[in-house]
Ligand binder design. Structure first.
Ligand SMILES: [Zn+2]
Length: 110
């Protein structure tokens, strides 16, 4: 695909290979095709961090991931280090999480 880039760098129509617009269009098409293929391989994408608003049965909680560390604003997470909100996100985005972020152990209360 490198040749496409070098063609695009030239100015004006390129003659026998079609116009610059055609090349840009085919380049865009190839990107869309690539995006479709990538989208079917979710393991290519891993979240390094994110933050969501989780509407639970008992209220909305801010849940965030930074590296492998989860944080939830709910009471249960505060006392045990794991909660239904984090567990839900671990299930939903399992393919996008590192092993450490995917399998958080609940802290045993002292
Ligand atoms: Zn929670």
């Amino acid at each position: 695909m490198l040749w496409l880039g070098s063609k695009l760098g030239t100015s004006g129509p390129t003659g026998k290979n079609g116009s610059v617009e055609d090349l840009m269009y085919s380049s865009l098409i190839s990107k869309i095709e690539k995006a479709k293929r990538y989208a079917e391989e979710p393991e290519r994408i891993s979240f390094r961090s994110f933050e969501v608003a989780f509407r639970g049965d008992n209220g909305t909680h801010a849940v965030s991931l930074k590296g492998d560390d989860w944080t939830c604003a709910c009471e249960h997470f505060h006392t045990s280090g794991l909660c239904a909100h984090v567990m839900t996100l671990q299930r939903m985005f399992a393919a996008h999480l590192t092993d450490n972020a995917r399998y958080t152990q609940e802290h045993v209360p002292a």
